[in-house]
Design a protein around this ligand. Structure first.
Ligand code: 0O2
Length: 202
């Protein structure tokens, strides 16, 4: 039986690789021209069919290929982890110039962190593919979610994600408060590191 991606998973895979190549392309050019590293690392994943089905149900959508491809926008997830906060904004500028894709939504959880302390910059891209999409468009239009963060933000998100799935936590409110405090401390470190970088550059 076909999964929730209805045979479109290989196309999603190709689009993710293509986006990764485009992003590496501008970063390599920047390294060559100015000797500057725009990000520390990039990773990507396709949401598993099971996780996509869960998400559709949670969002009140029919768990079918149309929902997975057109209504949910993070079947492709790309994460760019940067050394410094200002690198995030330099990457955002470059991403907005990428050929064959355009930004349809931006969420700045850096300027305004989520109430639990989560920080990251999210962009939803609509990427063109030579492969027809489920609506019959050529080029096909496919969504991808990009997350841009510093190493500190990424560390916090990974730890919080790990802890969230521990079911039998004692004192959950205290844990949430502590996590939020840690997020604030890491954010302060990011600002200090940015300042140190600027001092060194002067
Ligand atoms: P995974 O495994 O990373 O794909 P929703 O996706 O329904 O929760 P929305 O509005 O579609 O909400 O997306 P939003 O709020 O922009 O965030 C989506 C993704 O950001 C999540 O994807 C996480 O990767 C990350 N994220 C958002 N909030 C948090 C948070 O509080 N803690 C951590 N650790 N990550 C967060 P998925 O699908 O949940 O997970």
């Amino acid at each position: 039986m076909a999964d929730i991606y209805g045979g479109y998973a290989p196309i999603l895979h190709n689009i993710a690789v293509e986006l990764q190549n485009k992003i590496n392309g501008y970063a390599d050019a920047c390294m060559k021209e100015r000797g500057e590293k725009l990000f520390e690392h990039l990773s990507w994943r396709l949401k598993t069919p099971e996780s996509m089905e869960d998400k559709c149900r949670r969002d009140g959508l029919e768990p079918c290929p149309r929902s997975a491809l057109k209504k949910v926008h993070d079947s492709i997830g790309i994460r760019i982890v940067c050394l410094f906060i200002d690198d995030i904004y330099r990457n955002i500028e470059e991403i907005k110039k990428l050929p064959g894709c355009h930004v349809v939504l931006e969420k700045d959880f850096i300027s305004a962190a989520k109430p639990n302390g989560y920080r990251s910059y999210h962009m939803i891209l609509e990427a063109e593919s030579p492969a027809k999409d489920i609506d019959g468009n050529t080029p096909g239009l496919y969504f991808a979610e990009l997350q841009l963060r510093t190493i500190a933000m990424d560390t916090w998100a990974a730890l919080e994600h790990e802890l969230k799935y521990k079911k039998d936590i004692k004192h959950p409110e205290l844990i949430s408060e502590e996590l939020k405090r840690c997020a604030g401390e890491l954010a302060a470190c990011d600002v200090s590191l940015q300042t140190i970088r600027e001092l060194i550059r002067q």
